[in-house]
Design a protein around this ligand. Structure first.
Ligand SMILES: [Zn+2]
Length: 144
């Protein structure tokens, strides 16, 4: 898929399934996953179905105050856990079909996906500690 580098906006071609092995931007050489990826509907679907690691998606919109307040928290978590989890942001205003596809009723909504399935969802802007515990749950294999 094509991914805009979250650091320098350069478009990069990267195979989704290999993203989590640490793909760096071809221009600025920063790891693509060390910040939230801005994705469109197509990119989001590619990530959800192709990613080898869980994908955490922030459904947001530019007019939403709590969404903008949450953005730095999401970014901090991406810098810490990016690679073990793919952090993605989807602008629901720019991609109106997505709200219906994923049944997004309020924003911000955080939804987690693994191996093509939704595995969790939280509405509202989370404090960092709560976001981190959500991420920890995602990267800890469930005890069978
Ligand atoms: Zn870059």
């Amino acid at each position: 898929m094509e991914i805009s580098c979250p650091h320098c906006q350069q478009r990069n071609r990267a195979p989704v399934e290999r993203l989590s092995t640490g793909v760096n931007c071809g221009k600025c050489h920063a790891p693509l996953l060390s910040a939230p990826l801005d994705v469109d509907a197509e990119g989001l679907n590619a990530l959800i179905t192709g990613s080898a690691v869980p994908v955490l998606v922030d459904f947001w919109a530019p007019w939403c105050g709590p969404c903008r307040m949450f953005a730095p928290t999401f970014k901090t978590a991406a810098a810490k856990y990016g690679g073990r989890v793919v952090f993605a942001k989807l602008d629901t205003e720019a991609q109106p079909s997505i709200g219906q596809q994923f049944n997004i009723r309020s924003i911000p909504t955080l939804a987690a996906f693994h191996q093509g399935q939704e595995v969790g969802r939280v509405s509202g802007a989370l404090p960092l500690a709560q976001l981190e515990s959500l991420v920890q749950q995602l990267i800890t294999p469930p005890s069978a």
